[in-house]
Design a protein around this ligand. Structure first.
Ligand code: MF3
Ligand code: CO
Length: 250
């Protein structure tokens, strides 16, 4: 395993790609409504990426066909946009997007409600998953370890009665979408690689209402919960610096 630390000017470039990802996610979020298909979201995102002068990071990555992953309800990650998948009121949809600009990658995800009302349990799922991401970010400090990040995420999630997915993890990011190290959303404080100044990490908790089990559909991409329970996903890229974690995807 080799973890590549980034210089201040490289981190600057990653802030630019991160900022584009943010704008793409915001434009896509605004398009979410009952009756809209996940392919409609894909079109909004693709247009926005090109308008902002970046290239999609996911399309063509291991033959993945789209610029977004759109994962609805019990879908955890890697849902493929489809014109036949209509969003309906009360659904939740996770929107995951990556771009590359000037050789540097950005990657971020949000989960949003469809329509005006989702159940209180789903509301809580979204809040806890988002908050667990920020707990993980807070733990991403020089001298801490990858295990501290995972433990911070896991602790909040499990304290709220939900479970963290084990089979998919966060990752280093830079001149490639996926770099070392892997960043599990569970862990033991003090274990794993030590965090150093200049590391850039994509932290991405995937949280299930029910059990942690997962299964991949016949399309070979879409990961769903084994028990059919709902799942949420939030992701930011952050730089580990001497002044603490800096979010690059906002
Ligand atoms: N954010 C996800 C990840 O980091 C999405 C990757 S989708 C893929 O793995 F198509 F690019 F594989
Ligand atoms: Co990612």
């Amino acid at each position: 395993m080799s973890i590549v630390c980034k210089s201040a000017s490289e981190i600057d470039k990653m802030r630019r790609s991160g900022h584009i990802v943010r704008q793409v996610l915001e434009a896509t979020r605004e398009a979410v409504a009952p009756g809209v298909s996940t392919m409609d979201l894909e079109r909004v995102a693709e247009r926005k990426i090109r308008d902002l002068g970046a290239k999609p990071a996911f399309k063509g990555y291991y033959d993945y066909p789209c610029v977004l992953c759109t994962s609805v309800n019990d879908e955890i990650v890697h849902g493929i946009p489809s014109a036949r998948r209509m969003l309906k009121a009360g659904d939740i949809v996770s929107i995951d997007c990556g771009v590359v600009l000037d050789g540097y990658y950005g990657d971020s995800a949000i989960t949003v409600p469809v329509g005006d009302t989702i159940t209180p349990e789903l509301q809580k799922l979204l809040e806890v998953t988002r908050e667990s991401l920020f707990r993980g970010i807070e733990a991403a400090r020089v001298g801490n370890t990858i295990g501290d990040v995972g433990a911070a995420v896991q602790q909040l999630v499990e304290a709220n009665g939900f479970s963290v997915v084990r089979e998919f993890v966060g990752h280093g990011i830079g001149t490639r979408l996926h770099e070392d190290p892997q960043i599990p959303n569970y862990g033991t404080p003090g274990h794993g690689p030590k965090l150093r100044d200049g590391m850039v990490l994509a932290i991405e908790p995937m949280v299930n209402v029910g059990g942690p089990g997962t299964r991949v559909l016949d399309d070979k991409w879409t990961a769903v919960t084994e028990d059919g329970s709902y799942s949420a996903h939030f992701e930011h890229c952050i730089a580990v610096t001497r002044n603490g974690p800096v979010i690059l995807t906002e």
